[in-house]
Design a protein around this ligand. Sequence first.
Ligand code: HEC
Ligand code: HEC
Length: 333
Amino acid sequence: MKVFSAIAVGAISIAVLTPTYAEQVRHEPVQVIQPYISEEPAKVELGKQLFFDPRLSMSGIISCNTCHNLSYGGTDNLKTSIGHKWQAGPVNSPTVFNSSLQIAQFWDGRAVDLQEQAAGPIAANVEMAMPHSLAVDVIQSIPGYREQIAAIYGTDQVTLDHITDAIAEFEKTLVTPNSPFDQWLKGDDNAITAQQLAGYELFKSVGCVSCHFGEALGGKSFMKMGLVQPYESDSPAQGRFDVTGNEMDRFTFKVPTLRNVALTYPYFHDGAAETLEEATQVMGQLQLGRNFTEDELASLVAFMESLTGERPELTLPFLPESGPDTPRPDPFK
Ligand code: HEC
Ligand code: HEC
């Protein structure tokens, strides 16, 4: 008897102390997001500084955070991103929150992981327009970065790999656990409303979940945009076709995550859908051949609103001071 009550008391105190880490109890095609605890805090801190550092761009005024604003939902909320010299890019910027939970990065999946991805925007002409060798020189010219890199990687020769490895480690911490929907998955019946639950049931029964599944409700497969009806777009992006050249891949895109989707408007690779209602109606028509009623639409949207999780609390990093050889910002360069 004594033993039993001791266990019971122990279990209760654990439950009270760490409610966030409760296990998923409902068996569903969607899984809860686990918090990410990095074993390399110094690397995370370095990656955070680099993520916020505009000196990684040619102009010295554009950082990763410009287009993946962590004070928003990890996006810029623009139709398509604006980069170097005010150029509009061809596609909408996806969120960096939970991007580590995907099988590949970019709308067309051309980068296999976050480290490979991070090299892309630094050099991309419509983004940061900074040749990699110059990016490395700039980081090398900043004493505070040299010191951190020496402490973490054991060398005072900065490489692109150091920069992208640290950014990737920081990005892995950008998960958003404990959304109302996750709390429901963990057994809390009151965490979502009846309308949100009805929306989830509909999401499963009509087949949204066949593409938007897993922890991220997406990010696990490439699917054609416009399965039932073709999608009209003025964006030049052709999806996976641009990577493989395979005709079957034309207009096939990575299924985006629906985590925090209420924050990441406008929607689709071309940013053409301004609201979640509009994006949902288009999905119904083009992917499933269905026209949703007002009620169905409202409950699907309400369900997706329950996917907004807890964003990590970040303190704004102080960036190491420029050295004598560090280029000064020049917005017109
Ligand atoms: C000028 C705006 C801009 C800047 C600056 C920028 N990005 Fe992006 N980012 C984008 C756009 C647009 C895409 C989508 C491009 C595509 O899929 O072809 C993207 C894609 C990504 C993705 C892939 C997400 C996914 O779901 O596929 C990650 C991760 C990312 N960026 C991280 C970064 C990091 C790290 C930096 C800084 C080194 C950075 N970005 C700088 C606009 C930007
Ligand atoms: C056959 C696979 C498939 C099905 C079924 C499907 N989706 Fe999608 N979904 C996609 C793809 C692919 C995209 C990206 C399309 C693009 O940007 O061109 C997408 C994009 C979205 C977006 C925009 C996300 C963003 O960040 O831009 C939302 C919202 C969405 N889907 C919700 C739904 C809902 C709700 C359903 C069910 C009514 C559904 N989807 C059914 C594959 C699918």
